[in-house]
Design a protein around this ligand. Structure first.
Ligand SMILES: NC(=O)c1ccc[n+]([C@@H]2O[C@H](COP(=O)([O-])OP(=O)(O)OC[C@H]3O[C@@H](n4cnc5c(N)ncnc54)[C@H](O)[C@@H]3O)[C@@H](O)[C@H]2O)c1
Length: 405
């Protein structure tokens, strides 16, 4: 029975996992190459702005069982949760961090160990990349070392709710690996645990995000068609949704976050012939920020040297996460075109403001890119007063539901 677990990579995915495992009674070592991440964990300082997390993080059982360090050590179980970004040029998974994470545990592997990959990876990565690496140690996967892919489904902002209550897929390279991993997750997951093989688990994670991406692309495509026809797309969607089997997402300013703009490319990487729809959806959604920037420019064409105040820089409402944010891309594009843009956000670090009325004073245009609840509330209360304080009362509001990841 496993007692000690090493979690490699203690970011959005690895740290909450390490905390939950420590809470379940395992001795957990969080390993991260970033010294400040390691120090923060050991000093009890939480770097994730997540609900309820502070409370759990400071529970005596967690403080006692969780320790962080910069390099791995021997353990019963090793969990890999390092980033798998997109190689922007080739549009394929950059597995370099996964490879170096696995290499860092190799000197500590011993017979009977379980290696779990939580990082999102293209199908066949466990079999064709990770297993051969592990076997360089002389230990055999399936005989000495047990290998599993257990993808993560958490939503930033709701991590501690979701890590416990979401159903999970456990993809074992073989039955024994799956059973060992199932036991670990059963210690804190209250959702169902579905056991399958590693390739299916790798594909399932990517299918989930490709599904979201394609549906978002469809909404964005409907918005473009409706605009050309002079039709209010939201009204049209509302009416289409009256069909008993139709449920269209809202168009947005593009996709963002760690998963949706990245993961569908990993399907194209392994099967470009059969992923044309997925590929097209990616291209459609990647185009949206450019179209939104053009829309803003059109609205300001008659104003000389307009001052723009942009509200919202995160990749979706009510999260401080700015990774792959389409809002930031829109702002960057406008600035590159010579527009004076100042960006504010009540949730993202470093973009705070006193009130919308104050920051919009004498501006020519207020662009709401990400409608956090706080922004929506303030606009509902005082949009007329805000407009009055502006030089030109141009307020452009874009919907941000479909930037979810
Ligand atoms: N963030 C999410 O919402 C989410 C959801 C589901 C799946 N995922 C997947 O989980 C994986 C991790 O994502 P994340 O959001 O936690 O990333 P992150 O950037 O928040 O954290 C990763 C951590 O790994 C560390 N790291 C990198 N290389 C390392 C190494 N060799 N050894 C030790 N530490 C190392 C980094 O310093 C960083 O602290 C990715 O594959 C991602 O696609 C993320």
């Amino acid at each position: 029975m496993a007692e000690k677990i090493v979690v490699i990579g203690t970011g959005y995915v690895g740290l909450p996992l390490a905390v939950m495992l420590a809470r379940s009674g395992y001795r957990v070592v969080g390993v991260d190459i970033e010294e400040n991440v390691v120090n923060a964990i050991n000093e009890g300082v939480l770097r994730l702005a997540e609900k309820d997390v502070k409370k759990i993080f400071n529970e005596p059982q967690v403080r006692k069982n969780l320790h962080a360090q910069k390099t791995p050590c021997p353990a019963d179980v090793f969990i890999i949760s390092v980033p798998t970004p997109l190689d922007e040029k080739k549009r394929v998974a950059d597995l370099s961090q996964v490879v170096s994470a696995v290499e860092s545990v190799m000197p500590h592997l011993r017979s009977g160990n379980l290696v779990i990959v939580e990082s999102t990876v293209p199908p066949l990565t466990c079999r064709n990349v990770i297993a051969p690496l592990i076997e360089k140690t002389g230990l055999k996967v399936g005989k000495d070392i047990f290998l599993c892919h257990c993808p993560e489904r958490i939503l930033p902002g709701e991590i501690f709710e979701e890590i416990v209550h979401n159903d999970r897929v456990i993809g074992g390279r073989d039955g024994r690996a799956a059973e060992m991993a199932r036991e670990i997750y059963a210690s804190f997951v209250r959702g169902n645990l579905y056991v399958t093989d590693d390739i299916t688990a790798e594909l399932v994670k990517l299918m989930e995000n490709a599904y979201r991406d394609v549906n978002i692309a469809l909404a964005n495509e409907f918005a473009a068609v409706a605009e050309g026809l002079g039709v209010d797309v939201l009204k049209a969607i509302e009416l289409a949704d009256k069909h008993p089997r139709v449920n269209i997402l809202k168009p947005g300013i593009g996709t963002g976050g760690h998963c949706i703009p990245v993961d569908p490319w990993f399907i194209k990487e392994v099967d470009p012939i059969n992923s044309r729809l997925i590929h097209t959806a990616r291209l459609i959604n990647d185009e949206v920020p450019r179209k939104i920037a053009a829309k803003i420019r059109r609205a300001l064409k008659d104003i000389k040297d307009p001052g723009i105040v942009a509200l919202g820089v995160t990749y979706k409402p009510d999260t401080p996460d700015t990774r792959n944010s389409p809002a930031l891309e829109i702002i960057r594009r406008l600035k590159e075109d010579g527009y004076r843009v100042v960006a504010y956000d009540p949730v993202a670090e470093g973009y705070g403001y006193s009130s919308i009325k104050e920051v919009a004073r004498d501006a020519d245009c207020l662009v709401v890119l990400v409608e956090h609840a706080a922004i929506r509330k303030e606009l509902a209360k005082g949009e007329a007063g805000i407009k009055k304080a502006m030089r030109h009362p141009i307020v452009l509001r874009f919907y941000s539901e479909s930037t979810e990841s």
